[in-house]
Every structure is written in structure tokens, then in C-alpha cells.
Design a protein around this ligand. Structure first.
Ligand SMILES: Cc1cc2nc3c(=O)[nH]c(=O)nc-3n(C[C@H](O)[C@H](O)[C@H](O)COP(=O)(O)OP(=O)(O)OC[C@H]3O[C@@H](n4cnc5c(N)ncnc54)[C@H](O)[C@@H]3O)c2cc1C
Length: 464
């Protein structure tokens, strides 16, 4: 199996540009050339075309987590919604959902406007349940979405209807929600091209080694030069913890994915999947699956792998245990595809924020940051670019009012305690997924009446 991310093979090889060589001064220096850094540069140059914006990228632009993803353009997961409601209340939670939903649409518009064929499709996403505990979660999710007024694009399906949409014998029901798919590599490379055309400079092979504030300006040291800037944005996602002011805010955890060989027509016909929409289940460590344009199946998610000491060495991407677990889950969900061969297996780190809620803001020294998508950053990083733009321009806006911009975020414990906490969390989630529902819950006890009540779409409900 190849360990190169599959998406990378869908474009001609990307050759990194030359590193920064010498000292430079600019208005804004963005550290990290993934979705967050690029969307920030794009939004800034749109608002202030004359602004001198530079991006420092340790490797090649877009080849961090962005190229490793499954390409699911989604709203935040169920856990995030629960926490948003819990920490911030209904209005703020709805504000985040609306902003990210808007970003999901704007990504499509951006591709069309700039002629980027990023395989963007507004498919919706089908969330399925495969055990009684998830039935209870489905009910809670439906109730919460209604509370936020976000149920407009939501339709609930009982087991039979859900299996017509995705032919897995394990499915007990499901719901569709707002969502899209994209080829994340083509999107990020297209975005990088637009950002360069707007006049922002991207220095690849240029790791930021240290950031200091001297006489009211920031100095970012790199191996071959120093960048002096009025504003510095840390947009390094799972690597954020490598900067001293960020140590306790982001925890890197490994997540892996499998990509199959292209399915034959006969293989495809074995599993009904008429809408080809991406599918996820509702376990704590949920999986997600989708088809690519060349009819490969992507299977990703499952448990996180924490490496002591926050080890992000690239060789951790090769993880036979993770691949075995993913394959077992794939075979259980798609028994009809037991003979499908996987051609690609790899992994990367997601940036886990303690609250699971993405975080944007300023540190006490004045550094700006954006991170903590906890595995769902494609759409949220677009909204994040707008937030960072408005924070840089010191303008109050609908973006700076979002619950993502907070000051008192819960943090991870440092050192050994942080390691143990992360281990414990992974254990707790895995155990929770294995233990069946213990408390009586109305959806799980009487799934028939739940589906009868909810499965009609919003239009039908309004008409009844
Ligand atoms: C296996 C997997 C599957 C995923 N699937 C999805 C999905 O389907 N949908 C979704 O929405 N999200 C998904 N994600 C998450 C998504 O990929 C991230 O949330 C998103 O890429 C974050 O973008 P970013 O720009 O913040 O980070 P990144 O894309 O990781 O970019 C950060 C960049 O910073 C650079 N950098 C780091 N340190 C330095 C330094 N010191 N100096 C200079 N540069 C530095 C890195 O090289 C990197 O290019 C997935 C993640 C993984 C790991």
C-alpha cells in the first residue's frame, strides 16, 4: 500500500518554492501555509490589496493536515454542537453554525469564481446510527438542531430508508445534514495560486523557529532570515504547541485513513449508494466514508492515536494497528466489499482543542492564532480566515462576535499530566463506544415511534 496521500496523486507533483533568504519587513506574517493561513491571506488581500502579507511554510504549502483529509466539508460534529450549547448558549451556537454553513457555500463559490476544479459537490452528509447508543445520540442531535433552527436541511430516515441510501446491513437509521465534498489537495493548491496572484508572498521550506516582540514589532526567525512584522498569525494547526504561548492549547493526535483501489462496475453495484453522499456514523470515535470521482472508497476516522510527548514524527503515519482497525470497521460496515483492496494508507495529526471548539484570538504578547478544528477544519478554516482578517484590521464584525473567538478556553495540562490526560481521554472514548446503552432512552427504546415522528422532512412537517 502506498503511504503517499491519495489526493497528492490527483495533481502534478507540487514543487516547493525557495526558502526565505535574507531579512524582510512586512505588515502581516502568517506562519503555516495550510487552509487557515491561506484563507487568512486571501481575506486580508481582498480587504486591503496593498497590505504586504507573507506566509512562512515549513514544508510545502498545503501538505500539512490539509492534504490528508477525507475531503468532507461539514459543520462541526455533534460533540462540538453539544459543547457550544453548553458553554455559550443557543444564540452563540447558532451563530457558529450559520457562519460555518456560509463558509461551506462560499468555498464552492470561490472555486467557481476562480476556475478551480476542486471536485466540490454539495452532496449533503448522511449520518447513520449503527447501535442503540447512537440512536439516542441521533435523537439528541435532532433536538439540538431544531433548537438552533438548523433543521432546514435535515431529514431523518428509519433503518429501511437509510439502507436505501447506503447499503450497509449495520445501519439502524440516520439523518442527512448540510454538507459537501471536495478534493482538499486541489482546493488548497488552487487557493495558494489565488493568494499568490493577489500579491501575497509564500516562502516555502521556511520554518519559523522563534517569535519575539521587540520595540512593538514581532521578529520571526527562520534558518536563513528574519521577518519583522506588525502582526504575526500562528496558523500551524497541530504544530501550534511548538510555540511557547500555545503549549497548552492544542494537542496533536494521529488519525488515519484508507483509500481503496478504484472499484469495478460490478463491485460498485453490490452496495446501493445512489446519492454518493458522504456517510459518517455517530460513535464518539466516528468513521466517515465517501466515494472519490474515480470510484475509490475512502474510509477514515476511528480512534485517535496519541503519541507520548506529542510526537509528530512523520514515521508515525505508518501505523499497522490503526490500518487493521480501520479495515475491520470497513469490513463490518461493507461486508459486500470484503474483497476490495486498499491502495493507500496514511495518517496525520489533527489539532485537538480541549473544548473541541476551534479557537481564534490574541495571546498576551499580541500574537494572533487560529487552531483546534479537532478533525473538521475544511469549512471552519474558511470562517477562521475571516475572523483573523477582522482581528488584524481591528474591526468588529459578525466574525469577531463568534463563539470561536474566546479568551478563557480550557487548556491541557502541561508535560506528563497532559500526556496522561490525553491517554485517558482516548481510553474513555473507546470504552464508551464499546459499552452498550445502559440508561433507558426513548429513541433507543422505541425507535419506531421516534422515526415516525421525525422522518418527514421540514417541508412536509410544516405542511401537516
Ligand atoms: C486523517 C485526517 C482526516 C481529516 N479529514 C478531514 C475532513 O474530511 N474534513 C475536514 O474538514 N477536516 C479534516 N481533517 C482536518 C483538516 O485536515 C484540518 O483541520 C485542516 O487541514 C487544518 O488546516 P490548517 O491550515 O489549520 O492546518 P494544516 O493544513 O496542518 O497546515 C498547517 C501548516 O503549518 C506548517 N507549519 C507547522 N509548523 C510550522 C513552523 N514552525 N513554521 C512554518 N510552518 C509551519 C505545516 O507544515 C502545515 O503546512 C482531517 C485531518 C486528518 C489528519
Amino acid at each position: 500500500m502506498s503511504t503517499t496521500p491519495y489526493w497528492q496523486e490527483t495533481l502534478a507533483p507540487v514543487v516547493p518554492g525557495p526558502p526565505l533568504d535574507g531579512d524582510v519587513t512586512c505588515d502581516v506574517c502568517i506562519v503555516g501555509g495550510g487552509g487557515t493561513g491561506l484563507w487568512t491571506a486571501h481575506a486580508l488581500k481582498e480587504a486591503e490589496p496593498s497590505m504586504d502579507v507573507r506566509i512562512l511554510e515549513a514544508g510545502t504549502v498545503g501538505l500539512g493536515a490539509s492534504v490528508h483529509g477525507g475531503g468532507f466539508v461539514t459543520l462541526a460534529g455533534a460533540k462540538v454542537l453539544r459543547r457550544l450549547l453548553w458553554y455559550y448558549g443557543t444564540t452563540k451556537a447558532a451563530g457558529v453554525y450559520k457562519a460555518v454553513a456560509k463558509s461551506m457555500l462560499e468555498i464552492g463559490r470561490f472555486c467557481r469564481k476562480n476556475g478551480i476544479d476542486a471536485e466540490y459537490e454539495r452532496t449533503g452528509i448522511l449520518q447513520v446510527v449503527t447501535d442503540t447508543k447512537q440512536l439516542a445520540r441521533l435523537q439528541l442531535q435532532v433536538d439540538r438542531a431544531r433548537k438552533l433552527g438548523m433543521d432546514g436541511s435535515m431529514t431523518v430516515y428509519d433503518a429501511e430508508e437509510a439502507r436505501e441510501r447506503i447499503g450497509s446491513p449495520t445501519v439502524l437509521g440516520g439523518m442527512t445534514a448540510f454538507g459537501a465534498v471536495v478534493n482538499p489537495h486541489k482546493l488548497v493548491q488552487g487557493l495558494a495560486g489565488v493568494v499568490r496572484a493577489q500579491g501575497a508572498v509564500i516562502h516555502e521550506q521556511t520554518p519559523a523557529l522563534d517569535v519575539r516582540k521587540i520595540d512593538g514589532k514581532f521578529q520571526v526567525s527562520t534558518p536563513h532570515g528574519v521577518v519583522t512584522a506588525r502582526e504575526v498569525v500562528l496558523a500551524t494547526n497541530a504544530w501550534q504547541h511548538t510555540f511557547s504561548e500555545m503549549t497548552d492549547r492544542v494537542m496533536p493526535v494521529w488519525n488515519h485513513l484508507l483509500v481503496s483501489e478504484p472499484l469495478t462496475g460490478e463491485q460498485l453495484a453490490r452496495v446501493p449508494w445512489p446519492g454518493r453522499e458522504p456517510v459518517s456514523n455517530m460513535r464518539s470515535f466516528f468513521f466517515t466514508t465517501r466515494l472519490t470521482q474515480d470510484n475509490r472508497v475512502i474510509w477514515t476516522g476511528g480512534r485517535w492515536h496519541y503519541r507520548p510527548g506529542r510526537d509528530m514524527a512523520p514515521e508515525n503515519a505508518r501505523n499497522p494497528e490503526a490500518y487493521r482497525e480501520l479495515r475491520t470497521a470497513f469490513d463490518a460496515f461493507f461486508p459486500a466489499w470484503h474483497d476490495v483492496r486498499m491502495s493507500h494508507a496514511n495518517g496525520a495529526c489533527i489539532g485537538w482543542s480541549h473544548s473541541f471548539i476551534p479557537q481564534f484570538g490574541r495571546t498576551s504578547s499580541g500574537l494572533l492564532y487560529g487552531h483546534g478544528y479537532t478533525g473538521a477544519g475544511l469549512a471552519a478554516s474558511h470562517a477562521g480566515g475571516r475572523i483573523l482578517r477582522d482581528l488584524i484590521l481591528h474591526r468588529a464584525s459578525e466574525y469577531t462576535e463568534l463563539a470561536y473567538v474566546t479568551v478563557n478556553q480550557p487548556k491541557f495540562m502541561p508535560g506528563k499530566f497532559g500526556d496522561r490526560g490525553a491517554d485517558f481521554f482516548v481510553w474513555r472514548q473507546r470504552t464508551g463506544d464499546r459499552i452498550p446503552l445502559l440508561l433507558p432512552h426513548r429513541a433507543a427504546l422505541s425507535s419506531r415511534s421516534f422515526f415516525n415522528r421525525h422522518r418527514r422532512g421540514p417541508a412536509e412537517r410544516a405542511g401537516s
